[in-house]
Write a protein of this length. Structure first.
Length: 428
């Protein structure tokens, strides 16, 4: 019993997991070739008889192709039953002996592109031998008998030609497309069955490499391996394996693709996280009056959470440095509060955030403005520049007496005898 190995999820490149088998039949007998192809989307499968394509059942062809096909392959037809692909040949003639080729092509690309690149298709070739039946009656010659009445001629039964025992080789595991990196080992292998034992040969781009010392080939009764210990780019190409015994021959092909080696440069290990980063609004320079409160607030992020400290003029500000200075830390917000500014509070303030991935700094210049000092004028005694003038008024009548006085400082009250008069600004 033939076993078929499991295949991974198929891709667009067809894989021939069950190839057809060679056949040997007698003249006027029928034969069916069957193969199993995996591809997603389904591949376009075409059968060829001695190089002539066989249309699939239901396939649309031009009138000229139809006439050529009918003349070349007679009543033979190819069909697909949803799982297997079949080639049915009825009443075969000896002149139809030869090569039976099946090609599975990718269906997601134009035909001309597929045919230009061998790795886009897979194929298998088997042989058909149609043994002619000898007609013994053609060899009989009439014989005259002396008897008055000729005896009736007995019918001669024509026996088919003897068929050698055994079966034609076929591959239970066809050759698969292989891709390796330049300089690495490539191992290509096939599995097959044959009775009697088959002779296995390996080819690369059409040349027999079975005896080439650059390739190590190991063959058993059921398997054959081709090993290339160190591959180069010129090893790329189409590899074919043939299995031959007295009853016929089977073959399978696959593409070996050697890609250039990629030289990797050492990369520093990546550490998860991010350095500190200050987010707007950032610290702003400011001018403050003496005694006015000042609030400096920063928003900083990072992974892990950064450690935050404050500096003034390059000196670290301790949380307990002064009672009027307070600090609040509620990540991502960090605040420094000066409840009442003093002259020594002026300077360059920095908020510094640090974690294992780096450091960030945000700074602002704080200026404390002092009140202006009073101007002190020199002292001088008062001098009357213009004395009041005599004036006569009636009883109960108001009177205004004026004089000009100079001196530092000037009192705003002048005494005239027993009268106290307020100063009204007539001073020089």
């Amino acid at each position: 019993m033939t076993t078929v190995q499991s295949v991974e999820e198929p891709g667009p490149v067809p894989i021939l997991i069950r190839p057809p088998q060679s056949a040997r039949i007698n003249e006027n007998e029928s034969v069916r070739f069957t193969c199993h192809v995996l591809a997603k989307p389904p591949a376009n499968v075409t059968w060829y008889i001695n190089g002539q394509p066989v249309p699939n059942v239901g396939e649309l062809v031009s009138p000229s192709e139809k006439e050529e096909s009918e003349q070349s392959i007679r009543p033979h037809q190819a069909r697909f039953d949803g799982l297997m692909h079949h080639l049915e040949m009825r009443k075969c003639r000896p002149d139809e002996s030869g090569q039976i080729l099946v090609i599975a092509r990718r269906s997601d690309m134009p035909r001309e592109i597929v045919d230009s690149s061998p790795e886009n298709s897979t194929s298998a070739t088997v042989t058909l031998e149609v043994v002619p039946v000898q007609d013994l009656r053609a060899q009989l010659r009439p014989v005259r008998r002396s008897l008055p009445e000729a005896a009736p001629i007995q019918a001669v039964q024509i026996m088919p030609a003897a068929t050698p025992s055994g079966r034609i080789p076929y591959f239970t595991r066809p050759l698969q497309p292989t891709t390796v990196v330049e300089g690495s080992l490539a191992d290509l292998y096939v599995e097959f069955e044959s009775e009697p034992s088959a002779e296995i040969k390996w080819f690369r781009n059409g040349l027999d490499i079975s005896s080439n010392p650059d390739y190590k080939i190991t063959t058993t009764e059921l398997t054959s391996h081709l090993v290339i210990s160190e591959t180069f780019q010129d090893d790329s190409g189409t590899v074919m394996v043939t299995a031959t015994n007295p009853l016929g021959q089977a073959s399978t092909m696959g593409v070996l693709h050697v890609t250039p080696a990629i030289r990797l440069t050492p990369v520093r290990p990546v550490t998860v996280g991010q350095p500190p980063q200050f987010l707007p609004p950032l610290l702003q320079d400011g001018l403050f009056n003496l005694g006015e409160p000042v609030t400096l607030e920063s928003k900083v992020i990072g992974e892990p959470l950064p450690e935050v400290k404050w500096e003034r003029n390059g000196q670290l500000i301790q949380p307990t440095e002064a009672s009027y200075l307070r600090r609040f830390d509620e990540p991502p917000f960090h605040t420094l509060l000066l409840c009442e500014t003093r002259p020594e509070d002026a300077g360059l303030y920095k908020c510094i955030a640090t974690n294992p991935h780096g450091q960030a700094v945000c700074a602002a210049q704080i200026v404390v403005e002092l009140p202006p000092e009073p101007v002190v004028q020199p002292m001088s005694p008062p001098v009357i520049l213009e004395a009041p003038k005599d004036i006569t008024v009636s009883e109960t009548q108001s009177v205004v007496l004026q004089c000009r006085v100079k001196g530092t400082p000037i009192s705003n009250v002048l005494h005239f005898g027993l009268l106290c008069v307020h100063y009204e600004g007539l001073i020089e």
